[in-house]
Design a protein around this ligand. Sequence first.
Ligand SMILES: [Zn+2]
Ligand SMILES: [Zn+2]
Length: 172
Amino acid sequence: MNNKEKIARYQKLIEETPVKIQATNHWLTNLVCEISVAFFNKTFRHRASYNNRLKTTGGRYRLDNHHLEFNWLVLERLSATIFVQVILHELCHYHLHLMGKGYRHRDQDFKRLLKQTGGLRYVPNLRRDEEYPYLYQCLACEQKIHRFKKIDTKKYRCRCRGQLSLIDNRLK
Ligand SMILES: [Zn+2]
Ligand SMILES: [Zn+2]
């Protein structure tokens, strides 16, 4: 299986997982462990967690304790594919740092491993809530969903399959 196929496989796996489970650090850590073995053939021995304080960054490798932190908004506002690629990016920092190799963005080792594994060079910018004109809420799970464009609530549903309702429109 090449990287593209592997990424597609994890994308599918994520999308088939209920949102409530996706939101747990336990599931996230398991996912990172699996991706680590599948793409790097190396074990991830630390923890992965969601950090709500990450605003426009998708993920972070903690040099001090080797744990990884991820931004839930990548899954919510971008896509499962991008989330897998953000995990790959952070795992490049992780494995290279632990191997004593060049783990920084500017290092050749980093650039090479990122290319080899199909990780994202830059995480697409996550905008702040205020920058999205439309705010929807799911009537079932109450999740708030920020959108740039108006969505057809008859066709498009929440990831929990609940009905969405427009609760704010800043363009009005
Ligand atoms: Zn980075
Ligand atoms: Zn929902």
